[in-house]
Every structure is written in structure tokens, then in C-alpha cells.
Write a protein that binds this ligand. Structure first.
Ligand code: UDP
Length: 331
């Protein structure tokens, strides 16, 4: 496994830049970095992110928010130790609505974020995705698998943007010698997901809490493996602080069919909802589960939070969001 030179944290109070810092995962990363002594600059154009996710850090003197599209030149008049490139629409519904922005942030945005890291001599981490495996023909998916992607299908804008981003990251590593990390993020859930972002966890949980039909796409036999956000962020932090240049899968290998998952959500929420079947979106991967052998070996990381536990920590958050929406509609 190739190792890059600088594998230790660079200083006691390093500066981290998080692109997509107002998003679901970006904002949780911001919190973790601040709790570990970093100065943090979050950059976000708020297309899918929200200031609500970072408002609680507003008075923190070690935190700064810049409202900017990362596809534009990023100028920062301060030293930077780490660049965490998280900016991108990540829900299939979002990237189907924003295909060009998705391609631009994966290509031009990654270029700008890498340029910033190069200019500052910073270490760089790319938030890549299990989507680069496409509709995988190998199961579970190890990092050595090259994937099965439809470049011209509706999901191509996300898959190919992230595949390009990985290639560009490796080119900057090889050509400019910058220390780079690539995490392949599998399905992740938890508080701060948008109720209506279209991904399966917010959809099923909000439908169940409203006692509305649970919309299972296809026959529900397709599988996913869900990781709680805190496990994921810890794994990503460890990866940045490691010396591993090769991609590392981070996710929870606890695999479910979507039909099983719908039933589990009904149980956990005590809902009266019934399941209804809707057409399967084109190119929806039939199975997905991370092989996390590499993360276990090189990062000594494995998920700690079971799906049942994670759902119990997530459902109250969605309850709160739904109640807040009802209140604001009434007022
Ligand atoms: N899904 C579903 N009903 C919904 C939303 C999603 O059955 O209301 C399915 C979707 O077809 C996919 C899985 O749930 O097989 C996960 O979808 P998600 O949008 O969360 O992300 P993906 O893993 O496809 O990127």
C-alpha cells in the first residue's frame, strides 16, 4: 500500500477547510474537527446544504463560514493544513435535478479544492462514493473493483463526476506530490438529512411518521447497507490522519433489502403505514455492501452503531423537523 510523506497531524491547532461544510456530512465533520481543536473554514453555496446545520457554531471564534460555489476560484488569506472536499449533491433526486452542477462540482470544484491544497501545501481528502462501483457485479464491493457504470444514464452525472474526481486527485498526487486521501462513502444516515431529500432513510421515516404509504421502489429486493453518520465521520477523520493514498471504503456492512428496511422503519416508528410499490428508477444498483477489510486493517476502524440504534437516534430528529414544518405552515 503506497504511503505519502506526511502522515501525522500537522500542528496542535491545524486549519481545516471543509467544502460542502453546511451539508449533512460536511457539517458533522465541521463539528468533529472543532471538537478536536481545529480552526475550521466551511465553504458552501447552500444549494443542497443549509445554514441551519452550522448555525450552532456561529459564535465559535475558531469557525468561519464562506458562502461560495467551490467551482469558482477559492482564495484564502491564511495557512491551511487540511482540505476536506465534501461539496456535491448526493441524493439521486438532487443530482437528477442538478446534473450540470453535480458534474461541475465533481470536476471544476475538485480542481479548485486540489489547487487550494497544492497552493497551501495542505493534505487533501476527497469524499468519493460507492456510486463509483455503479450497479456492481461483484458483491460485497472491495476497493479493487473498478465498477459497472452507465456513463450516459441518469446517474452518470454523479458516478462520472466522482470517478473523474478520483482520477484528478491521483493525478495531483502523482504529478505534484500532494498528500491525498480518497474515501468511498457508502449509504449514510442520521440527523441533518433533509426531510425531502429523496433518499430512502428520510423518505421512509417521514412517510412512517405521517402514517403515509411507504414507497418501496421496484419489488424492494435491492439491497443497501446503512452507516450511522458518527461512525462514518470517525472513519474519515482516521483516514485523513493516516498515510493511505489508495481509496478506502467506509460504510456499515449490515445489508438489508429495501422491503426489509421499510418494515423495520414501520416497526421502529410504531407507524400504521403500509408498503406500496413504485417503479424502480433507471440504473438503481441491485445490491450494495462495502467490503471494509482495508479500513479495518489500516485504520483499525469498524462501525460501532447498529442500524436499530442509529434509527433510534435519527427518528426523533425527523419527528422534530416534521413538527417544525407543521408549526411554520400554521403561523
Ligand atoms: N428507495 C425506495 N423508496 C424511496 C426512496 C428510495 O425504495 O422512497 C430505494 C432506491 O430505489 C434505492 C434505495 O432505496 O434502491 C436507496 O436509495 P437512495 O435514494 O437512498 O440512495 P442510493 O443508494 O440509490 O444512492
Amino acid at each position: 500500500m503506497s504511503k505519502s510523506k506526511n502522515s501525522q497531524p500537522l500542528s496542535a491547532h491545524p486549519t481545516s477547510v471543509v467544502t460542502g461544510g453546511a451539508g449533512f456530512l460536511g457539517s458533522h465533520l465541521v463539528d468533529l474537527l472543532l471538537s478536536r481543536g481545529h480552526e475550521v473554514v466551511a465553504i458552501d453555496n447552500l444549494v443542497t446544504g443549509s445554514v441551519d446545520n452550522i448555525a450552532h457554531q456561529g459564535g465559535n471564534p475558531r469557525f468561519k463560514f464562506i458562502s461560495q460555489d467551490v467551482t469558482e476560484f477559492v482564495f484564502l488569506d491564511r495557512p491551511v493544513d487540511y482540505v476536506w472536499h465534501f461539496a456535491s449533491p448526493a441524493s439521486p433526486i438532487d443530482y437528477l435535478e442538478l446534473p450540470i452542477q453535480t458534474l461541475k462540482v465533481g470536476s471544476l470544484g475538485t480542481h479548485k479544492a486540489l489547487g487550494l491544497a497544492k497552493n497551501k501545501g495542505a493534505r487533501f481528502l476527497l469524499a468519493s462514493t460507492s456510486e463509483i462501483y455503479g450497479d456492481p457485479l461483484i458483491h460485497p464491493q472491495p476497493e479493487s473493483y473498478w465498477g459497472n457504470c452507465n456513463t450516459i444514464g441518469p446517474r452518470g452525472c454523479y458516478d462520472e463526476a466522482k470517478r473523474f474526481a478520483e482520477a484528478l486527485t491521483m493525478a495531483y498526487h502523482r504529478e505534484h506530490g500532494i498528500a491525498t486521501r480518497i474515501v468511498r462513502i457508502f449509504n449514510t444516515y442520521g440527523p441533518r438529512m433533509r426531510v425531502n431529500d429523496g433518499r430512502v432513510v428520510p423518505s421512509f421515516v417521514s412517510q412512517a411518521l405521517r402514517n403515509q404509504p411507504i414507497t418501496v421502489f421496484g419489488d424492494g429486493s435491492q439491497t443497501r447497507s446503512f452507516c450511522f453518520y458518527s461512525d462514518l465521520i470517525e472513519g474519515i477523520y482516521r483516514l485523513m490522519m493516516s498515510d493511505i493514498t489508495e481509496p478506502v471504503n467506509i460504510g456499515n456492512p449490515e445489508e438489508k433489502t429495501m422491503l426489509e428496511f421499510a418494515r423495520e422503519i414501520v416497526r421502529e416508528t410504531g407507524s400504521r403505514s403500509r408498503v406500496v410499490f413504485r417503479p424502480l428508477p433507471q440504473d438503481d444498483p441491485k445490491q450494495r455492501r462495502p467490503d471494509i477489510t482495508r479500513a479495518q486493517q489500516v485504520l483499525k476502524w469498524r462501525p460501532q452503531v447498529s442500524l436499530a440504534e442509529g434509527l433510534r437516534l435519527t427518528i426523533p430528529y425527523f419527528k422534530g423537523r416534521i413538527a417544525a414544518t407543521k408549526r411554520s405552515k400554521r403561523s
